[in-house]
Design a protein around this ligand. Structure first.
Ligand SMILES: [Zn+2]
Length: 64
């Protein structure tokens, strides 16, 4: 397995590759600034038992 995964930026549509830290827990949520358009995205990472990472990204919400 590798420790990288990618998501599609909701703002600019670019495919963004980010490093995954498997020691940080099976579910991780954090804010990541898109390196292309600089808009912050809420990244939710879920690690499966097989080590595969499932990432969902959404624009940062005001209510957070
Ligand atoms: Zn972007």
């Amino acid at each position: 397995m590798d420790n990288e995964a990618s998501y599609i930026c909701d703002t600019c549509g670019e495919d963004i590759v980010i490093p995954i830290d498997p020691t940080a827990g099976s579910t991780q949520e954090y804010i990541e600034d898109c390196p292309v358009c600089c808009h912050p995205c809420v990244i939710i990472v879920r690690l499966g038992d097989d080590g595969n990472a499932d990432i969902s990204a959404s624009p940062e919400q005001d209510h957070l």
